[in-house]
Design a protein around this ligand. Sequence first.
Ligand code: C2E
Ligand code: CA
Ligand code: CA
Ligand code: CA
Length: 279
Amino acid sequence: KDLSGNQYQLFSPEIESRTFEQIQLENDLFKALQRNDEFELYYQPKFDVRTEKLIGMESLIRWNHPQLGTLPPGHFIPLAEETGLITNLGEWVIRAACQQMNKWVSSGYTDLTVSANLSPQQFNQQNLVLTVADILEETGLPAKHLELELTENLIIHNTNHTLKTIGRLKELGVQISIDDFGTGYSSLGYLKDFPVDTLKIDKSFINDVTTNRNNAAITKTIITLADSLQLNVIAEGVERADQAAFLAEHGCHWIQGFYYSHPLQAETFEDHFLKSFIK
Ligand code: C2E
Ligand code: CA
Ligand code: CA
Ligand code: CA
């Protein structure tokens, strides 16, 4: 079965129009979550633009489906969200990222931060902070090595709960990044109220940043905004040298994208970016 088609259509919210394939995949997801040996985190490096040093890595989930092969998150995260399975899956992600990072920290790579993506449903669940605290304790990872990436849309809705939850995560020592920044069409006023650490400029702006004046202006504005609020700023989706040069010229702090590396399996990441670069 070819699943590389239109994922949005495939997982439309109209339950009654579910196809046999969707129900099948949901069953598979349910089973996979009980076995827990089909999911895998890939890691994509993040670099400091000025020093060109590795600063950390984003974890990105893949599902090694026994029949369908390696599935990217777009093929099953929406389904997991729709069915509520995201709670278990999201917990698996945080645990796996913390376990891996703790191994790396224990091996002497002590200046790095791993990030995990949080879906809105996961963020809004009551016991998220306790879950994160438990996982940190259980894995032994010092909280400062963990960053959670939240999307801007999540942050601007339900502000009261969000404010409290982010505050409690910060108290644990976890770092918070706003993913896909600039796509939320929100007033920027909320930024001063939320104790976040990092803005991640969405790749839709970075894509044609050197040829599209509007996207160049937005990118420069986000960098300036981050500087004046004393936040870190990272650009994602950097695929070419001209984009990297633009970002360096305009003082973007950190950078991530295919130009440097695709997301890699842990062992490959270690060989390419840890063993050779740091030690
Ligand atoms: P995202 O958080 O915005 O992650 C960035 C996506 O862009 C990743 O796709 C990454 O592989 C891809 N990417 C990185 N560099 C480049 C580049 O230079 N050019 C282009 N065109 N793409 C680049 P991926 O791994 O397929 O993930 C897609 C989305 O799925 C993520 O978007 C995130 O929203 C979600 N996701 C991934 N892993 C998890 C997870 O563990 N939990 C949850 N809740 N969501 C996840
Ligand atoms: Ca992300
Ligand atoms: Ca993003
Ligand atoms: Ca995105």
